[in-house]
Design a protein around this ligand. Structure first.
Ligand SMILES: C[S@@+](CC[C@H](N)C(=O)[O-])C[C@H]1O[C@@H](n2cnc3c(N)ncnc32)[C@H](O)[C@@H]1O
Length: 166
């Protein structure tokens, strides 16, 4: 289960690899979920998508073999451990580190941080006062909407080896 459906790209990759019946993804932004659902349908995938707070897990499809968070958290929500079957893995992005946690029979996750730096946008709690939407966060980071700009490692200053894609 990817948490943070966004464009649906992760869900598409997983649907292709695993079959869409085995994929569930949630995003807190209903507009993004609708767009992702339409985009996925256009390329022939219909995974289970829901507008929901991924910080609370997603009980309807639990237990999961894998929970992959593509938004960052400050602490691993207990629900992610509870919704993962023994032997399954929770892949969490804490600050700018990624830790795969293997869940044991008592629902405890064990793992070590990977060596690479990785930072997704921070998960928004559903019950927080209205903060910026995901689109507003992206627009701010990109310097506004409707403005053409060049993109690429050099233009974005991402030649930094910490941002290498593996
Ligand atoms: C980096 S984007 C994910 C990109 C996505 N995996 C893709 O394939 O396009 C992070 C996403 O996390 C979502 N998000 C933020 N807080 C969330 C929460 N509490 N629960 C679920 N999704 C959340 C955002 O709306 C945003 O779409």
């Amino acid at each position: 289960m990817p948490i943070g459906t966004g464009t649906g790209y992760n869900a598409a990759l997983l649907s292709h690899r695993l079959g869409d019946r085995r994929v569930t993804s949630v995003d807190i932004d209903p507009g993004l979920v609708a767009q992702a659902r339409a985009a996925l349908a256009r390329v022939g995938y219909t995974p289970r998508l829901a507008a929901a707070d991924g910080l609370a897990g997603y009980p309807p499809s639990a237990p999961y073999d894998r929970i992959i968070a593509t938004c960052s958290v400050r602490r691993v929500p207990a629900a992610w451990l509870a919704h993962t079957r023994p032997g399954g893995v929770v892949m969490a992005n804490l600050s700018d580190g990624v830790v795969p946690l293997r869940i044991d029979g008592d629902g405890i996750g064990y793992g070590k941080f990977l060596g690479q730096v990785c930072a997704f946008i921070e998960a928004r709690p559903a019950d927080s006062p209205a903060g910026p939407t995901t689109q507003q966060i992206i627009d701010t980071a990109m310097g506004g909407t409707g403005r053409a700009r060049s993109a690429g490692p050099e233009a974005d200053g991402w030649a930094d080896p910490r941002f290498e894609f593996l």
